[in-house]
Design a protein around this ligand. Structure first.
Ligand SMILES: [Zn+2]
Length: 405
């Protein structure tokens, strides 16, 4: 339980609040959740609310709405179809090899950092070495009988979208409640089966990293691309997820996912000093589009992960070169391999936000806006400035540098 006080207060509130208010609130939640599954008149109401929050001018096309509804509610079924039709399974092997390179670099960094005492260092190494990795998808997704078994009891009918969604919600709530009396299996395939997802995860409770099939493609990864591009993109993401195990939150859990303090008190202080450097650095960034300041405290975990992750990926690529030799350059692009690594890293966060969404992300998001996810780590990494010969004091080579990992 993350916030025990919440339940004590909720308990009190449920007794104190007028029961009519409670009933109205509960009904409102049901209505609100149902609006998107109703006819056009209702969806337009929902859209006019959304337009204020997100700046979105019109409803998404029908196919996009259907697809996101399916990924949310029938995620495992849709992932099964996705991997059967679209995922090239040899990507798994190559991604696994990259994870190996990057884990080794994180381990080397643990050996090198001068601010850790040896006991804490050993705990950290034990934790790093026991991170389990999930790549692509679990083989169970290819087994139709297992997928059917998972969804047994769920009835869906053609032409009944609203009812189908209600059935799905009930089915999924029943499913979750049934798990309550069952032992918590860390290796349960169903926990790592949402393969049709362009995202990656670190889970502190089972000390695992996960890279679903959906992210092992496009700008992030392609086995026919030179590896300087792959290490800069998916390699950066892999390093990011590993480092989450050692950011301000991840470090509160041990190698078995237990919330146990394994930090010597002096090393603990030194970690906090280093994290503070990152907090101050990012708090000083102003978003040019709206003049808002980045919230360095709320984003520290992601920033620590970005900084460590990019460094690990760059070092891992240098190691890869030592063993496999220098790769060819891109035709027509006058950049060398190292330079292309950094360009590839920046490329994955290239994007565009509507002003409303950007504002919301800066105010409540746990990630820094995309531009600082790149300029932040680059200004801390001397390897970047060396690659491009940036003079000391240049915008991305400030004399003061922060580093946790
Ligand atoms: Zn993250």
């Amino acid at each position: 339980m993350n916030v025990p006080a919440f339940f004590a207060k909720l308990d009190k509130l449920l007794v104190e609040v007028d029961s009519r208010t409670l009933h109205n609130y509960m009904m409102w939640r049901v209505v609100l959740q149902s609006v998107s599954t109703l006819g056009k008149r209702w969806r337009e109401l929902a859209h006019s609310y959304n337009a204020v929050i997100t700046g979105q001018e019109r409803e998404e096309p029908r196919w996009e709405q259907c697809l996101s509804s399916l990924t949310g509610t029938l995620g495992i079924a849709i992932s099964s179809m996705y991997v059967k039709n679209y995922f090239k399974s040899d990507a798994k092997e190559q991604a696994m090899e990259m994870v190996g390179y990057i884990k080794r670099e994180f381990n080397n960094i643990l050996d090198e950092v001068d601010w850790m005492d040896d006991e804490t260092r050993q705990e950290a190494k034990a934790k790093a070495n026991s991170i389990s990795t999930y790549i692509g998808y679990p083989d169970e997704l290819l087994n139709d009988t297992m997928i059917e078994e998972l969804y047994s009891g769920l009835e869906l009918k053609r032409g009944q979208y609203f009812e189908n969604i209600l059935h799905l919600r009930k089915w999924s709530t029943d499913y979750s409640f049934k798990q309550l009396r069952k032992p918590n299996l860390k290796v349960d395939w169903r926990k790592h089966a949402r393969a049709a997802t362009v995202n990656a995860f670190y889970n502190s409770l089972d000390n695992s990293i996960e890279f679903p099939a959906g992210i092992l493609q496009g700008a992030f990864f392609d086995k026919y691309k030179p590896n300087y591009l792959n290490f800069g993109a998916i390699g950066f993401v892999i390093g990011h997820e590993i480092t989450h195990g050692f950011d301000d939150r991840g470090r509160q859990f041990d190698k078995d996912g237990n919330n146990r303090n394994w930090w010597n008190s002096e090393t603990d202080l030194r970690f906090k000093e280093r994290a503070q450097c990152i907090i101050d650095q990012y708090s000083n960034y102003t978003v040019p589009e709206n003049g808002l300041k980045v919230n360095g405290i709320n984003t520290q975990g992601e920033n620590i992960a970005d900084n460590g992750g990019l460094k690990e990926a760059f070092r891992a690529y240098q190691e890869w070169i030592k063993r496999n030799g220098e790769e060819q350059l891109l035709p027509g692009v006058k950049l060398n391999q190292k330079q292309l690594f950094w360009v590839s890293a920046a490329n994955v966060w290239c994007g565009k936000y509507r002003p409303e969404v950007l504002k919301m992300r800066v105010l409540v998001g746990s990630h820094s806006p995309a531009q600082f996810r790149i300029t932040g780590p680059l200004s801390n990494l001397k390897e970047f400035s060396e690659t491009f010969n940036c003079p000391l004091g240049a915008p991305l080579n400030p004399p003061k540098k922060c580093s946790v990992w």
